[in-house]
Design a binder for this molecule. Structure first.
Ligand SMILES: O=C(CO)[C@H](O)[C@H](O)COP(=O)(O)O
Ligand SMILES: [Fe+2]
Length: 190
């Protein structure tokens, strides 16, 4: 099985004027890693922040928090597919990467509707590559986590659902619990 269920809050919809504090708040609430959406206005229709901001966050938060996907290696490689890209495009690389990210919205903005029709991609990857870290990103929260978990995702990016909650810690715990239960069930079924 992939390396455990982990929750990475996306800080895209946080108070970007207080990004350092928002990241610390998420880590204090139990985030396993931080999902930083670097957008340059070319690949996606939005501009967020670039390497200098990520570097500043690293300085502020220290070496401990993961900004990437893997807990066991210094360099990690993830491949992401947008909704319009078929999973067959990613498949040839799946044995060489640390993580596959299946986007569950068109990348660009937080707060969009979860695309359930991306779940067959996750299911297929989980069946073919049982130990691959599979991440989902976009519209994931308490209402949609069951679909992601059942399909086989083990890395959960969640933005608005966590950021806008009055109790982010509970949301993070709920997402992790649902994901872990589904993973446990899968391993028993095998
Ligand atoms: O990559 C993204 C958008 O392109 C964000 O990570 C994603 O949308 C998370 O926010 P939300 O959970 O609100 O959808
Ligand atoms: Fe993202």
């Amino acid at each position: 099985m992939a390396s455990g269920c982990r929750i990475g809050p996306s800080i895209l919809n946080s108070d970007l004027a207080a990004l350092g504090a928002e990241c610390s708040r998420m880590l204090d609430c139990g985030a396993d890693y931080l999902h930083l959406d670097v957008m340059d206005g070319h690949f996606v229709p939005n501009i967020t922040f670039g390497h200098p901001v990520v570097e500043s966050l690293r300085k502020r938060l220290g070496q401990e928090p993961f900004f990437e996907a893997c807990s066991s290696c210094h360099y990690t490689v993830g491949l992401a597919i947008k909704p319009g890209t078929t999973v067959e495009h990613l498949a040839p690389w799946a044995n060489q990467i640390d993580m596959a990210l299946v986007m569950t919205v068109e990348p660009g903005f937080g707060g969009q509707k979860f695309m359930e029709d991306m779940m067959p991609k996750v299911q297929w990857l989980r069946t073919q590559f049982p130990s691959l870290d599979i991440e989902v990103d976009g519209g994931v929260g308490p209402d949609t986590i069951h679909k992601c978990a059942e399909a086989g995702a083990n890395m959960i990016v969640s933005g608005s659902a966590i950021m806008k909650s009055a109790d982010p810690r509970s949301v993070i715990n709920l997402l992790r619990n649902v994901c872990s239960e589904a993973a446990q069930k899968r391993s028993l079924d095998r």
